[in-house]
Design a protein around this ligand. Sequence first.
Ligand SMILES: O=P(O)(O)OC[C@H]1O[C@H](OP(=O)(O)OP(=O)(O)O)[C@H](O)[C@@H]1O
Ligand code: HPA
Ligand SMILES: [Mg+2]
Length: 165
Amino acid sequence: MSATEKSFPVSWDQFHRDARALAWRLSGINGDWKAIVCITRGGLVPAAIIARELGVRLIETVCVASYHEYSEQGQLKVLKEVSAELTADGGKDVLIVDDLTDTGKTARIVREMLPEAHFAAVYAKPMGRPLVDTFITEVSQDTWIYFPWDLGLTFQAPIGRETRG
Ligand SMILES: O=P(O)(O)OC[C@H]1O[C@H](OP(=O)(O)OP(=O)(O)O)[C@H](O)[C@@H]1O
Ligand code: HPA
Ligand SMILES: [Mg+2]
């Protein structure tokens, strides 16, 4: 990932709306998804929303860890693979869900496990975009997305204070 300069904070409301918009798109692609494979941990939240909207009840996880704290990508580790039941036919009619794709490294690894599956992410950056079949919003590569589960309400200094110095 390149150095991040801009920030894109996402509220719970906005995330819910964007995940729902993703569900809308996915409903037009396949009316009968067999299962959702969510990429933990970030994929758990959109997966819950999409599963509710599309009536999918078979939810599997693939557990991948890559980033340590913020911005710095470490070694990619697969902590748990997808069940053999879903990989047997390459993942036909299976929906893979993640919160975002950044460099595309996580998506590439999971796609190799399920080459026939459909990959959906709520947000995408340009490097990861070719790895995603469906997404809602693209942000630039130098933008860091702050998800609502990583944020809290804090005091904001008045704009005037900053400009007065
Ligand atoms: O396209 P990439 O450069 O591979 O980055 C995208 C991945 O990075 C984040 O997960 P992370 O590994 O930080 O773990 P988390 O979901 O547990 O926060 C995010 O949720 C994606 O899964
Ligand atoms: O922009 C991001 N935001 C949060 N987590 C991430 N993991 C990779 N890129 C990002
Ligand atoms: Mg993740």
